[in-house]
Ligand binder design. Sequence first.
Ligand SMILES: Cc1cc2nc3c(=O)[nH]c(=O)nc-3n(C[C@H](O)[C@H](O)[C@H](O)COP(=O)(O)OP(=O)(O)OC[C@H]3O[C@@H](n4cnc5c(N)ncnc54)[C@H](O)[C@@H]3O)c2cc1C
Length: 349
Amino acid sequence: MYDFIVVGLGIAGWSFLQVLEENHQNFIVFDNNSQQSTRIAGGMYNPVILKRFTPAWQAHQMLPYSLLQFKKAEFTYQQKYIHDINIYRKLTGVEEQNNWMAASDKPVLSAYMNGISHESIEGIPAKYGFGVLYGTGIVNVARLLDDATQKLEKKGLLKKENFVYDRLEIHDNFVQYQDIKAKYIVFAEGYGLKKNPFFQNLPLTGTKGEMLMIETGVHIPYIVKSNVFIAPNVAKKGQYYVGATYNWQDKTNIPTDEARRHLTAKLQQLLHAPFDIVQQKAGIRPTVKDRRPLVGTHPLHPNLAVLNGMGTRGVILAPTMAKQLFNHLVFDLPLMKEVDIKRFRTDSQ
Ligand SMILES: Cc1cc2nc3c(=O)[nH]c(=O)nc-3n(C[C@H](O)[C@H](O)[C@H](O)COP(=O)(O)OP(=O)(O)OC[C@H]3O[C@@H](n4cnc5c(N)ncnc54)[C@H](O)[C@@H]3O)c2cc1C
């Protein structure tokens, strides 16, 4: 008998496994490689919304715990994942300069937003300078998942296969899947949740995102944000991540010419230097109608749980959401009401 079956090894599933290990729970994981969101994500953490200069929901509160979990993973896997990198937000005029300075004085924002820099960044002219953010960076989530996959495989804890929902037998105090019995099952399938018959009522919309990896001769030491992001590829010097797009119609992981053209055009406005596109990738962000995570248990089967809806901010949200779900399942602690899937229950459920 296992304590947990976990379906999905993206950042949500991985975060849950961290909590299970901390609490000496045994588990088995399924992953069918159908979703790519975490693997292709930029892995940026940034508690400030750079369009409106406002704090992202709960980011200031959750970021320290996320960084702690990634730090622990660095120790476990003897690998560096966290790269502390400033974000330079290119300012478009005097009005934005004023707005930046006004926002920098506000509570929460003042912890991250600093003054305006007129430092010159090779290939990126900026007449009005850059608003500088501190306490931001990149977590190399793709590398982290590779390392976690390897370790789990070695221990025989990962089944690289499709979890077939109609083979799940649900009993009062346990679930059974083929010859595997467990006290609980946690579904963390990202956009794959759409195929999960147990949580069909949840309004997971899904937003496709595409990114380019480019090579350029200029050196950009920061994450620069204008109408696209350009960020150093922490895994390879001279390469930069450019992204991302938002598409609410197409739900495939297939890279498109349209996104490539769109990102190239935006990048040409930002970067005045030659570049080569070396890679293009696409994935579906598990976004939700009300932009809050989806955490909680099935209305009839309390041993079936969901950990999803990390949207555009998996790096910041997933570790705290995983901890909350574990504490809820095992210690009966309440979930934050904003993330509890009970908010979508109808009278009949
Ligand atoms: C282009 C792009 C850029 C992004 N940039 C950032 C960023 O800079 N910072 C940030 O914080 N977030 C970013 N995000 C968002 C972030 O990637 C997501 O919030 C996060 O990846 C969601 O993680 P997840 O584990 O819920 O889902 P996923 O990463 O999609 O993982 C779900 C896993 O479940 C598996 N699965 C699904 N169904 C089944 C099944 N039936 N059986 C077995 N396995 C199954 C899938 O194969 C997959 O491995 C970005 C996303 C995109 C697309």
